[in-house]
Design a protein around this ligand. Structure first.
Ligand code: CTP
Length: 419
């Protein structure tokens, strides 16, 4: 099958020219270049994907260096395993030397040696990700599909390439579900059986790698579907026995999406995902996934605040009281609790929810109009006294007792002699 016409239509002109230039330079070096992986899958499906991965039968790093020297492309990085990253305008593309991989033991990083395109495709996760398109001048656009990926695309199936695939690399368990749910596909029967058989292999994977896969999953449009499916397949309990993928999670993830920018969503999803954990159970989860300090703080705060919510369940609370109760928590933790308590039918939690919302939308942004310099000009000396004045002004502002700068001045002057 030849996809030359589709490539020409699919790739923006600038990017296409760069790809052709790379391929020309590779040919001069006696090397061959192919488009591989996700972009081939998405091109066949007609989905946009400008994350280009190129495989080079040859030396990808040397080729990338040469391309960077002779064009307007920049070499961003090159690493071990013969990989390089080029940038051109808004685009980046990854070049990798075709490689053969062997796994010394389950969960270990693979041992890599240079190989052919065929070697490079058979080491991949799923048939739909194991296709390539030649960019050589004599067979430009030819599809290489040794594992019937196109057939699986047509039958909407996620299929591993050999029975040992999940035990070689158990992150594929999470990847399989991510693609299945993103594309609306199904796990092929034997793949599903092997996935369930091998869930214990997740224990061989480092926390960083599992967390990274969950972060990728949380970048999907509706990650709750994948979370539910992971629960159904028995994968979640393997990561932590307290993880759930129920309707509550689905509803709260959906709510989170309506409130937060996409960049902040993965962290918020983490805080919601662990909402049913006890404070004691969370430490094991944080350690297992090696969660970085900032997110760990937000997660711990989410649960600490959850146990303190009854303190907010009083309609008589003044805004300043709400502020002092909540200011010590990470805003993400307050946000997670606001989403968790957003249940229309439940009156006590409605008050709690309203207080959390008031803090998030208003109270945490309240600042006094007067600053230290201006207070000095009013004759209030710098030091603890000024600190006290500023605190009283802030409290009065939170509670609506002062509104304008003039109000604040009046209050400050009236306080000063007393202090
Ligand atoms: N790959 C693999 N096994 C993994 C990770 C990646 O075989 N554990 C291969 C797949 O062929 C995949 C390619 O490397 O297509 C690139 O990986 P990645 O960028 O993670 O995937 P994409 O297919 O580009 O997926 P996405 O659309 O999610 O970016």
């Amino acid at each position: 099958m030849n996809l030359a016409r589709q490539i020409e239509r699919y790739l923006p002109r600038q990017l296409l020219e760069l790809v052709k230039d790379i391929s020309r330079q590779a040919a001069e070096r006696g090397e061959r270049v192919y488009l591989v992986g996700g972009v081939v899958r998405d091109l066949l499906l007609g989905y946009p994907n400008l994350d280009l991965d190129l495989v080079v039968e040859g030396d990808a790093v040397k080729l990338a260096q040469q391309v960077a020297e002779t064009s307007q492309t920049k070499l961003l990085a090159h690493r071990h395993f013969g990989t390089a990253k080029l940038s051109y305008g808004d685009f980046t593309l990854d070049l990798a030397t075709a490689r053969k991989e062997t796994y010394a033991r389950p969960g270990a990083l693979p041992t890599v040696t240079p190989g052919t395109l065929k070697d490079d495709l058979i080491r991949r996760d799923f048939s739909i990700n194991a296709m390539a398109i030649s960019l050589g001048s004599n067979d430009y656009g030819e599809l290489a599909d040794p594992h019937q990926g196109k057939n699986d695309l047509e039958h909407r199936l996620i299929r591993i390439l050999h029975p040992g695939s999940f035990s070689d690399d158990a992150t594929r368990i999470l990847r399989a579900v991510r693609y299945e749910q993103r594309l609306g596909f199904e796990l092929e029967t034997q793949t599903a059986q092997l996935l369930k058989r091998d869930t214990s292999m997740l224990d061989t994977i480092s926390g960083d790698r599992i967390r990274h896969e969950l972060e990728l999953l949380f970048k999907e449009k509706q990650p709750e579907f994948a979370v539910r499916r992971l629960a159904e397949l028995g994968v979640l309990p393997r990561i932590s026995p307290f993880l759930k993928g129920d309707g509550w999670i689905a509803e709260k993830f959906d709510r989170a999406r309506r409130l937060k920018k996409p960049t902040q969503l993965p962290s918020l999803y983490f805080c919601l995902l662990i909402y049913s954990f006890g404070e004691k159970d969370i430490e094991k989860f944080l350690a297992r996934l090696n969660i970085p300090a900032k997110l760990s703080r937000a997660i711990r705060d989410t649960l600490r605040l959850k146990t303190s919510l009854p303190l907010l369940d009083k309609s008589s609370l003044k805004p300043s009281e709400i502020y002092y109760l909540l200011r010590e928590y990470e805003p993400l933790a307050v946000q997670a609790n606001a989403i968790a308590t957003d249940e229309k039918e439940c009156t006590p939690s409605l008050i709690v929810h309203q207080h959390l919302q008031l803090f998030l939308t208003k109270l945490r942004y309240v600042r006094t109009a007067l600053n230290g310099e201006e207070l000095k000009r009013l004759g209030i000396p710098a030091g603890p006294e000024m600190g006290q004045v500023l605190q009283i002004l802030h409290k009065a502002k939170l509670d609506g007792e002062v509104r304008t700068k003039a109000d604040e001045k009046k209050l400050a002057l009236s306080l000063s002699p007393k202090l």
